[in-house]
Design a protein around this ligand. Sequence first.
Ligand SMILES: Cc1ncc(C[n+]2csc(CCOP(=O)(O)OP(=O)(O)O)c2C)c(N)n1
Length: 212
Amino acid sequence: MKRLRSQIIEKFHASDDVSGSPIIPQRIIADLKRAEKGNAIVISDVGAHKLWIARMYQPEIPNHTIISNGFASMGIAIPGAIAAKLAKPDKPVIAVTGDGGFLMNGVELATAKRLGLAFVIVIFHDSKYGLIEWKQLNKFDRTNAIEFTDPDFLGFAKSFGVKGVKVTHSDELLHSIEEAISSQEIVLIDVDVDYSENVKLSKTLGDYICKL
Ligand SMILES: Cc1ncc(C[n+]2csc(CCOP(=O)(O)OP(=O)(O)O)c2C)c(N)n1
């Protein structure tokens, strides 16, 4: 098992330094980890980003990677970050969310501001329901009704008195997250994600299945 475990972990880290614009999910997760160093409470929303976190994000401390599973309700990330910060004020808190999930409860920035909280929000921005696209491509090899038009997230954040940062290239990501964690205010980081990795992962995992 030890050998298998180290092989799996090695695979997880194979794309840690892949650079580009937009940014692949594995790189976003690697930089998130590098920035928070296993100390933060990370709350995941629901979507393709959640599958990447569930697959690859290794918590260093129990209850520090919180994932909405079971009912898997989108929109948990911002309220979840508010709750985590209220429960553990001394911990850095990071909400990771898709753009679709953020749009469901993003107005809770008003609550977070009113309570004087500080946390980081990382939006995986693809202007689509990424997970639904992934499932449709796997099953039908085409997509239907998964695209939507996002608002200007930085303008949205600003309207609540929240700082926003746009990240389009992997070179900008680590520094942006580190700075956001140390800023002691709410910072929204709007990251352009390259979800072409999703179907590639399905293919890779599918190839492991013994076809006997
Ligand atoms: C409240 C709610 N509505 C619908 C769903 C079904 N659903 C699961 S993931 C998903 C798409 C998520 O899209 P987004 O938030 O943009 O994240 P991404 O998949 O792009 O990372 C949908 C519609 C759900 N889980 N919860």
